[in-house]
Design a binder for this molecule. Structure first.
Ligand SMILES: [Zn+2]
Length: 294
């Protein structure tokens, strides 16, 4: 397993574009070569060291093509540095900060940030286990006269689940997941349970009627929220997310919200081992399809 690295080690490992290309090259083809066009397993190296050419159909593929690195408008060493900073910094960086810190133009920084966010997905292998709390919240500005679970609110609605674990005698947060939802109905909430929560988990929610039909499939205890008092850990996490979003990312559209949630959760779930995030992020970018956006 890849051991996390410090910035000192990062700079020793990656001094040039070649170092980065070698890293992704071996990540892509460490095992066997398989031609993307004809599935042939034989190749010969061509043009430069970081390409492989299929011996059968002649298809020529670079180490970064057909991945999220495809079409990045900055040299790969700079992209690596940005990915490293985004993975390690507790609060990440806004596109504007990336633009200023790394001397790239604003549009390039925004596109780069978007691509890196696309790589911040979770594997889906680690479902929430043990004691899990679930609640929803809404983000995106203030609306007069709309309170609670208003179905007409224009705010982006999110369902959030987190593990509550005991650490050194105190209740604290384990892993968490969150998902943008259209409304607070059981049919919108249920897929979140199916995808993110272990079927044996002991789940707590408030008294919202939308959870009732789901309790036929899961071990759900519905308790009175008492203004959030009974869901203190979960509320802290909601506040942390909202604070982070407000602090460095203004004007996040409903369409973009899931990507910001993914970024937040990616970092949050790696809080105990932040140094390993860099390698995971490079791996995720390498196994994702290219993103063609302007
Ligand atoms: Zn081929």
């Amino acid at each position: 397993m890849f051991r996390g690295i410090s910035i000192y080690e990062f700079r020793k490992m990656f001094k040039s574009n070649e170092d980065c290309l070698e890293y992704v090259y071996s990540m892509k083809w460490n095992k066997d070569f398989c031609c993307r066009k004809c599935e042939n397993s034989k190749f010969y190296p061509v043009r430069t060291k970081w390409y492989r050419k299929c011996t059968k159909c002649g298809f020529d593929e670079s180490a970064t093509s057909n991945t999220l690195f495809h079409g990045m408008k900055v040299p790969i060493l700079k992209a690596f540095e940005i990915i490293f900073q985004l993975s390690l910094r507790k609060k990440g960086m806004s596109a504007l900060e990336i633009s200023r810190t790394f001397d790239v133009n604003k549009d390039t920084a925004a596109l780069l940030k978007r691509k890196i966010q696309y790589g911040m997905f979770s594997s889906g292998k680690n479902k929430l286990k043990g004691n899990v709390c679930v609640d929803e919240f809404a983000v995106g500005g203030k609306e007069k006269g709309k309170q609670g679970r208003s179905s007409t609110s224009k705010k982006t609605k999110v369902v959030l689940g987190c593990e509550v674990v005991r650490h050194k005698g105190k209740l604290t947060l384990g892993s968490a997941y969150a998902q943008v939802i259209e409304n607070y109905s059981a049919s919108e909430l249920k897929p979140f349970f199916d995808q993110k929560i272990d079927e044996k988990a002991k789940i707590r929610t408030d008294k919202w009627s939308g959870y009732k039909p789901i309790s036929a499939f899961y071990d759900i205890e519905q308790i009175i929220s008492e203004g959030g008092k009974n869901f203190k850990e979960l509320n802290n996490l909601t506040l942390l997310f909202k604070g982070w979003l407000r602090g460095i990312h203004h004007h996040v559209s409903k369409e973009q919200m899931q990507h910001y949630i993914n970024e937040f959760i990616f970092r949050f779930n790696r809080k105990a081992h932040p140094k390993g995030s860099f390698n995971r992020l490079i791996e995720n970018l390498m196994c994702s399809k290219p993103l063609f956006i302007q």
